[in-house]
Ligand binder design. Sequence first.
Ligand SMILES: [Zn+2]
Ligand SMILES: [Zn+2]
Length: 338
Amino acid sequence: MVVSSRRNVIMGPKKKVTRKRKPEEDNKGSEVEEEIEGEEPKEKERKGKDKKRGKNKYIGAHVSISGGIWKAVGDCLAIGGRSFALFLGSQRSWQRPPLNTAAAEKFQKACVENGFNPVHILPHGSYLMNCGSPKQDVFEKSQALLVDELGRCSALGLSLFNLHPGASLGSITTEQCQEKIAQAINQAHQQTPAIVTVLENMCGQGSTVGGQFGELRGIIDRVRDQSRVGVCLDTCHAFAAGYDLSVKGGVKSVLDEFDQVVGLSYLRALHLNDSKGKLGCHLDRHEDIGHGQIGIPAFRDIVNEPRLDNIPMILETPGRPGFEDKEQIELLYSLCKH
Ligand SMILES: [Zn+2]
Ligand SMILES: [Zn+2]
């Protein structure tokens, strides 16, 4: 599913920094400058009694990069996010102008100043890519775009890159498709430094690969450097693919199954979305948290699940008046028991 916008970040040396708060961040509505000396800058603290709730949970959202990739950081802070996703360029073209060096530096600086760790930032790959395509021209263009995307991650000081695995278009087998995807990843890994390619689970629509955990495992098995591959679990996609998160104990049993088939050590991120469609519908229809078929109890279990500590949990929900990203993040933190 396509989300609104895009942005990026990087880490740098620890030193004295001046952090400029955005007006939304304090009650007075004025800009406050704060000096932090000698230690790594901390992320903005949440207020009042919720300050420590969910301290190991890194909930955030997909944010825009319009107007400059570095602005993603401020947008994330403005909605109370502790993690974020962003696109690394236009979703419409195979060939994109190179990343502006000054913009990349600003992005890295913004991340450092606001205490964002690269492992909590998950760039989302272009929707044009199909690294499993049976069509040679599309496969080659996808492979080149993957190399370009991983290069952008490096330039931004990031460590993860989220990819929709691909689709067989019905003309090759699922295994052949997995083979092609792994081939594209292996080649891209050879050409780029240590970015981890994070495969997103799909909803099993059409000929897409990665709806079943076994298909993700099939790709991982074929990746040469398995320290450089991971998985991002999208709750809407999992539910639409038939994994029932909505029943009592559903979150635990789906994670157990993921652990058995793929391995929890590969789990690098979550996309938090409720689902408009029913269990096993194979439709990629995101819904706001608590307004879909998955429901609040499952999200309560997710934000209280210790196995999901310290990984980015990113909203890609449509939002509705009064219940946009900021309010949905607040709601999720309010569900944390401690
Ligand atoms: Zn989706
Ligand atoms: Zn996605």
